[in-house]
Structures are given as structure tokens and as C-alpha cells.
Design a protein around this ligand. Structure first.
Ligand SMILES: Nc1ncnc2c1ncn2[C@@H]1O[C@H](COP(=O)(O)OP(=O)(O)OP(=O)(O)O)[C@@H](O)[C@H]1O
Length: 239
């Protein structure tokens, strides 16, 4: 059993509305997880629940051997959970450099290390948050999360709306972070093949419960199973 992250029989949602239903999953350090599923099945809600932004009715979340089920979001972040929300949330009135510096914690992740991962951010260091392309904003959002020194990075549809070349750059950066920098990621992503290529394990959600849990590589190699689970066509799989 993993000491890294364990979600046990979790039932959670927003006030009285239940979205996740008796969901269990566990993650080992260095074994990134893709969360797949059709629209509205609870993928974002699972990330929000890990960060402490939902109502937990039953079950438990254990992180590094400790029960964090009732901890506030800021305390979870302090303990090493890093969050890159879908909305990116960079400060429009700060420069790229200021966006990164304002959140720095004197950690493994320095300005220099983030610039090395995302050379485009170095080139745009003096640009304000609202003077960036969508891809650059996403890189900055990931850079900001890294500056908090996370052990686990939660990425919510990081490639959404981005050009193929930027998707390639970003997915390579995520793979590098995990392979070389000791990070583990949970990735919610609409493109199954991409998500599976960035992870070792995957779960598929259907109405707030797990319908597949297993190896990403095995699922990626089984188009028929993917189609069954996600209802995606072969053409969508290839894109
Ligand atoms: N803040 C909220 N308050 C109440 N209900 C919400 C809230 N956010 C999401 N929901 C509901 O929870 C359910 C799951 O939504 P969620 O965003 O987790 O799904 P998802 O799998 O991430 O979908 P998508 O792929 O479309 O982003 C949906 O029925 C949604 O309407």
C-alpha cells in the first residue's frame, strides 16, 4: 500500500450535491496518474477535493502517511500538493518574473530552474501576465506551482486550447519534471493518448466512480477498451 497518496472510499461534492461516489485510488511516488473520463464525470472535482475545495461526506485522503481529509487548502499546499488550475490564474498586473518571485519559497525550484524548463518564460520575463499567449500563460501557471516546491503536481487540462507545437513542448516539460526532477503528477486531460503518454497509471471515471484502474501503457495499446470506456473514435484517439 502506498504511503504517498491514498484516497479511500471518498464520497464528495459541492454542499449536498454528491459528485464522487465511494472512490478509491492510490498513487506511488514517481508514478504519475492520468484521470480520464467523459465530460462532467468528476475529474476536476477529484482534483478540487485533493486540494480541499469541496465538501467531503465520507472517506479519507492520506498524504505522506498522514490524514489530510479535513485540512485547509493552504495547509495542503504547504505540505507539498501543487495545483495548476484550468483557469491558469496568473497575475495579469505582474511580470512573468514577478509572478514567479512572489510565490517563491526558497525551494529546489528557483527562477533559473523554471526558466531552464521553459525557455520561453526567460524570453518573456518582463512581459505582464496579460501580455502572454495561452501557451506561455500555461507555462507560467506550471512555473508558479513549481515555485511552491510541490511533491505532487495536479494539472487540470493543461493542454486545453493550445496549438500542437505548444502541446508537444508542454508535455515534454511534464515528462521531464517527472523523470528528472522527482515530481509526481496527476493529469486531467481530454486527449487520452496524450494523457496516457505522460503517466504510468490511469483511471477512468464514470459518474464519480472508477471504471478502470491500471497501466497507462496497456490502456494506450488497447484502442477497443479505450473506445468502450470513453466512447472515443479511432480518429479522436489518433489526434
Ligand atoms: N462548483 C460547483 N458547484 C456545484 N456543482 C459543480 C461545481 N463544479 C462542478 N459541478 C458539477 O459536478 C459534476 C462534475 O464536474 P467536473 O467539473 O468535476 O467534471 P469533469 O469530469 O472535470 O468535466 P469536464 O471534462 O467537462 O471538465 C458536474 O455535474 C458539474 O456540473
Amino acid at each position: 500500500m502506498s504511503d504517498f497518496l491514498q484516497i479511500e472510499n471518498l464520497t464528495a461534492g459541492y454542499h449536498d450535491a454528491i459528485v464522487l461516489n465511494n472512490l478509491s485510488v492510490s498513487i506511488e511516488r514517481g508514478q504519475s496518474l492520468a484521470i480520464l473520463g467523459r465530460n462532467g464525470v468528476g475529474k476536476t472535482t477529484l482534483l478540487e477535493t485533493l486540494m480541499g475545495n469541496t465538501t467531503i461526506k465520507r472517506g479519507a485522503i492520506r498524504w505522506l502517511g498522514q490524514d489530510i481529509t479535513r485540512l485547509r487548502p493552504a495547509e495542503r499546499a504547504r505540505r507539498g500538493l501543487g495545483w495548476v488550475p484550468q483557469e491558469r490564474e496568473v497575475f495579469a498586473s505582474l511580470t512573468v518574473r514577478e509572478n514567479l518571485e512572489v510565490i517563491a519559497r526558497g525551494s529546489h525550484w528557483t527562477l533559473e530552474r523554471v526558466y531552464k524548463l521553459f525557455p520561453r518564460l526567460r524570453e518573456r520575463a518582463g512581459n505582464y501576465g496579460n501580455q502572454l499567449s495561452g501557451g506561455e500563460q500555461q507555462m507560467l501557471a506550471i512555473g508558479r506551482a513549481l515555485m511552491t516546491n510541490p511533491q505532487l503536481l495536479l494539472l487540470d487540462e493543461p493542454m486545453e486550447g493550445l496549438a500542437p507545437i505548444i502541446v508537444e513542448e508542454l508535455s515534454e516539460a511534464v515528462r521531464h519534471m517527472c523523470a528528472e526532477e522527482g515530481l509526481t503528477a496527476i493529469i486531467v486531460e481530454q486527449h487520452p493518448v496524450l494523457a496516457l503518454s505522460m503517466s504510468q497509471h490511469a483511471i477512468v471515471l464514470e459518474r464519480g466512480t472508477v471504471t478502470y484502474a491500471g497501466s497507462s501503457a496497456e490502456l494506450a495499446a488497447d484502442g477497443e477498451r479505450l473506445n468502450q470506456l470513453l466512447g472515443v473514435t479511432n480518429r479522436a484517439l489518433a489526434s
